[in-house]
Design a protein around this ligand. Structure first.
Ligand code: SDX
Length: 454
């Protein structure tokens, strides 16, 4: 709409058909994307709630960080297209952009990179937390625990209502995630931790702390460094996804930011969200051969089969996820650089994508590959075990989580998140003394595991 064009009747009117009452609500317009009906205090006025499980049609907040146009497959970080950032910028610059809202000058970037480097070490006592886990622990379980534990180390000097201390908390968590992620992996394989190196870039350090062997000189391959940096850029933010909304909701109570990021990690771990990259690799390994693709496509379409095509579909994108397209190109680059250009998994993934995108079921539901479909193939080729894939997603997404946390805390309209519900339980009823209760058929579950604590 042209700026000078006034919006006439820029509102919605809801009519309660039970008594004919009309409730007018203004439309809120953002810079881009659909407007929103302002239903704040609608319950107070109309005495009814709105029902939207999964928030398919609900704007939970205003945000200036990331914009997604799902129909067109557009993704902008602070207005800059993801394709241009992934090919012309680097992850540190994107972190600065997401935190400050503008691209840095050369001096600002140099200072930011140097500041982040100064926070990559973790407290020596925090190292002991890893030892509490079994060696078989999933690295994401370790991430949830150790990142949450940071709230014990940064509690007194984290006044979240002081902008300086909010930014310091942001720097600290962005800087420490690669260290914690690399240590989570090394602990599970019994390899000693190595300290971050201040002469390495962010992605270089992550590869170094993950794969280096003590007593050997290790300099990560520049092609892998560039690919990992790009992967981190692609995962940096994605507006109000499940894990970011988790961080916002946890933070809305005034909780410690490190504890909020730990909650975001927990949410990301799910296979419907960030855990999908690990699930895609397992799915491709299970399919194994192009000849079995029709069998798995049929299973994905079968409502009686819980199997879904992992790495496919998205709540917002009803077009090709722009990150998936960039990931596919990165796949080629990395596999070619490593001499694995004929990686059978990539061929299988490409064939699976081709078959699915020609199938009416996927076309009708606008199910396209998402960011997770190709990521696992690249990460596996780089030497990461599948259990580390979501850890890398979490490392990349940390800047998005903390940028949204900062935006939420400083938003004057922000309130503690407290949704309502449609209650479908028992109506009020009087207590029944034990002797008058019917003998049910053993509702308790303990008989399944032989009673007592599992
Ligand atoms: C991420 O939100 C974000 O931005 C997330 C993310 C980010 O950067 O933060 O982009 C990262 O989480 C990407 C998504 C990774 N997850 C997967 O790849 C798991 C597989 N995908 C699905 O589980 C699913 O597509 C979701 C969870 C991603 C989206 O689910 P929705 O929006 O709730 O959609 P839905 O389950 O209502 O599906 C609509 C229809 C259903 O069929 P019908 O009931 O209409 O007949 O599409 C079907 C679904 O059964 N469907 C699939 C499918 N995804 C949806 N059928 C087979 N395979 C699939 N992958």
């Amino acid at each position: 709409m042209a700026e000078n064009q006034t919006r006439t009747n820029d509102r919605f009117t809801l009519i309660d058909e039970r008594d004919g009452k009309r409730y007018q609500r203004p439309l809120l317009h953002g810079t881009l994307g659909p407007p929103a009906i302002d239903i704040r205090n609608f319950y107070g006025e109309a005495g009814v709630l709105t029902y939207d499980p999964g928030f398919t049609s609900t704007a939970s907040c205003k945000s200036a960080i990331t914009f997604i146009d799902g129909e067109e497959g557009v993704l902008l970080y602070r207005g800059y297209p993801i394709q241009e950032l992934a090919t012309q910028s680097d992850y540190m610059e994107v972190c600065y952009l997401l935190l400050y809202g503008e691209l840095p000058s050369p001096e600002e970037k140099a200072e930011f990179v140097n500041d982040i480097k100064r926070h990559t070490l973790i407290h020596d006592q925090l190292m002991h937390f890893f030892r509490g886990f079994t060696r078989a622990a999933h690295p994401m379980a370790i991430m949830v625990g150790v990142v949450g534990a940071l709230s014990a180390f940064y509690h007194e000097d984290t006044d979240i209502y002081d902008p300086e201390q909010r930014m310091l908390a942001a720097y600290r968590i962005i800087a420490k995630m690669p260290t914690i992620g690399a240590y989570a992996y090394r602990y599970t394989i019994g390899r000693p931790f190595v300290y971050p190196r201040n002469d390495f870039s962010y992605a270089e350090n992550l590869l170094y702390m993950t794969f280096s062997v003590p007593s050997e000189e290790y300099r990560p391959d520049p092609v892998l460094v560039r690919a990992l940096d790009r992967i981190l850029i692609l995962h940096a933010d994605h507006e109000q996804n499940a894990s970011t909304s988790t961080v916002r909701l946890a933070g809305s109570s005034g909780a410690n930011p490190f504890a909020c990021i730990s909650a975001g990690i927990a949410s990301l771990w799910g296979p419907a969200h960030g855990g999908a990259n690990e699930a895609v690799l397992k799915m491709l390994m299970e399919i194994g051969d192009k000849r079995r693709i029709p069998e798995y496509i049929a299973r994905a379409k079968d409502k009686n089969d819980p199997f879904r095509l992992m790495g496919f579909g998205h709540r917002v994108y009803k077009n090709y996820d722009p990150r998936a397209a960039i990931m596919r190109e990165t796949c080629y680059e990395v596999l070619e650089a490593l001499g694995h250009e004929d990686d059978p998994l990539l061929e299988l993934a490409m064939e699976l994508e081709k078959v699915a995108l020609q199938d009416e079921y996927f076309i009708e539901r606008k199910l396209y590959p998402n960011v997770d479909f190709y990521t696992g193939i690249v990460l596996r080729a780089m030497g990461f075990p599948t259990r580390m894939f979501t850890v890398l997603f979490a490392i990349g997404r940390t800047v998005g989580w903390v940028a949204h946390w900062k935006e939420m805390i400083s938003d004057p309209e922000s309130k503690i998140g407290r949704p309502r519900q449609l209650y479908v339980g028992a109506p009020q009823r009087p207590f029944v003394p034990m002797e008058k209760r019917p003998a049910p058929g053993h509702r308790t579950w303990s008989r399944f595991w032989g009673g007592g604590e599992k």
